[in-house]
Design a protein around this ligand. Sequence first.
Ligand SMILES: C[S@@+](CC[C@H](N)C(=O)[O-])C[C@H]1O[C@@H](n2cnc3c(N)ncnc32)[C@H](O)[C@@H]1O
Length: 267
Amino acid sequence: MSRAKTIQDFLRSDIIDIEELLCLALDFSKPSLCANPNHKISEGELAKLDLLIQKRESGEPFAYLSGTKGFYHLDFKVTTDTLIPRPETEILIDIALGLFDSSESIKVLDLGTGSGVIAITLADKCSSWKVSAADQSKAALKVATHNANTTKTNIEFRHGSWFEAVPNQCYDLIISNPPYVQTNDPHLADLQFEPIEALISGADGLEDIRIIIEQAPRQLNSGGYLLLEHGFNQQTEIMRLMRQSFSDVRGFQDNNGIDRAVLGRMK
Ligand SMILES: C[S@@+](CC[C@H](N)C(=O)[O-])C[C@H]1O[C@@H](n2cnc3c(N)ncnc32)[C@H](O)[C@@H]1O
């Protein structure tokens, strides 16, 4: 009869994300995993762990296995209907928090909200800001609504394509992390578990960004801001497009020193 496997047996293996997968299968925290290296893994736990290992090794991101992802100071539910929030996107929060005081009663719109991370993080940090969020994916909006409920943030969610979701509304800040990957980008193979409509945007990756830049001026209050996340090689073109209708156009880099965001102010 073979000996039951212990936590330690798995921790000694080179299985990708094994610590996290053990925590998930056994419902242990990391400290209790370390404190119980000789815990014998039951048949049920082993079946669960094997399945998780199999999925992770087939390339499924850990966030989809755990169903959660941390962003800024909060944890968010994620499903395969939503993009997994990226740490690079946190720079949009830092920039937005620097534009207005948290006590001002400004109107903010998060376009393409996905799991709701941008809208919810801002609403949680600035309870006086009136935050709306829109997406064309109803399934993503369901996840975002769940996240707003669990964080007790008050967000107005709207369904529709870009500004069609919020007709006749004007904002002080429009913020978006839209799809910006080129249709034929070879990196898409690594992103096969994420919703394609959250990623790609035409041959140059700029189709959606062009729509947002063109339509945003009609929905911004005087002196209002448009803040966009973009791909590593898109900043020059986006700044050129923004300068046609916006002043004080500025580019920002993420924490890895990669061009990542553009901000413009209504003329
Ligand atoms: C890159 S994801 C960003 C998700 C989230 N804001 C984040 O930063 O993690 C882009 C989002 O835009 C949404 N989207 C794509 N096309 C859209 C459109 N035409 N109108 C509104 N939302 C759209 C997708 O459903 C997806 O949720």
